[in-house]
Design a protein around this ligand. Sequence first.
Ligand SMILES: Nc1nc2c(ncn2[C@@H]2O[C@H](COP(=O)(O)OP(=O)(O)OP(=O)(O)O)[C@@H](O)[C@H]2O)c(=O)[nH]1
Ligand SMILES: [Mg+2]
Ligand SMILES: [Zn+2]
Length: 319
Amino acid sequence: MTTPGHVVKAPARRLEGLVVRSQSGFYAVETAQGAFTAVLRGKIKKDRRNHGLVALGDRVVIELQDLPEGESGQVDAIVIDILDRHGVIARRAPGPKGVWLQDVVVANVDQVVCVLACAEPEPNFRLLDRFLAIAAIDKIDALIVMGKVDLGISAAVAGALATYERVGYEVLRISTRSGEGIERLRDVLAGRISAVVGPSGVGKSSLINALEPGLLLRVGAVSDAVGKGRHTTRVGELLPLSGGGKVADTPGLREMGVWQMDPGELEWAFLEFRDYLNLCRFSDCTHIHEPGCAVRAAVEQGDIASERYDSYVRMLAEP
Ligand SMILES: Nc1nc2c(ncn2[C@@H]2O[C@H](COP(=O)(O)OP(=O)(O)OP(=O)(O)O)[C@@H](O)[C@H]2O)c(=O)[nH]1
Ligand SMILES: [Mg+2]
Ligand SMILES: [Zn+2]
């Protein structure tokens, strides 16, 4: 990150930049004047709730440190401000004394690409529902990638994918082995800021490598014993796409607890519920036990998939 000779002589000691990597308190920040490694200033850092305060994708203001020419060490700037965010993918993480902290996976994205695999590991659609709901709450476009289609699409997986397509999500069926679906992925990412999310081992880094072979991201084996990924990508990274735009590769996420959400947001986040919300007898219906619930009636009639309703019930029950 640090290149010799970029200690600024004359102009701005303060620069605006983009956090392209965030690791243990060190932030790689790209600016119009080059790349810098920044840390947080004490004042910002002190705030307990601000754990993980600066996130991948943040736009920040950094102040360059005065270092003699040739002596710029690993750290050459301090983050002094974080600009307003939009499109945040955040989850909750357990903090000290039982409080929940916000863990921002990536900020300022236009769309999230939720990746599952046909097998190795087996697809977890309940986790997918969480990603989709979080995206909807934050008004980020979401699309689904079903990867490793070279391993075969079972009837159960095909049925689940059809459900998401009926709801209105685009589903890309992709194999980095055969190349199927890669061109369409390239098209949907072009010119936008996207985050690739999903469990470990589903092939997120492999997808990005297939699009941009020059990036040479590390990919890992899926352990045979448990069919789980090995958390090969440890740190998220925001990468440039040659067709314009950027894509964030993120570490595999096992869990996706929803950060600060109210029930009214959640019902809205399940897109196929929207048509029924006004038809429930009670305007504050939670769609769990109330009589005259149009959402549950739609589930019983098969118009809303019972698995999706299940995800809603589980997410609503979270503390
Ligand atoms: N059969 C098959 N295997 C694939 C495909 N894409 C990736 N893999 C394999 O899946 C394994 C995991 O790939 P990664 O790209 O490291 O997965 P990841 O989602 O980035 O995993 P983490 O970084 O741990 O979150 C590797 O062994 C890849 O070779 C595919 O299209 N088909
Ligand atoms: Mg990876
Ligand atoms: Zn209802």
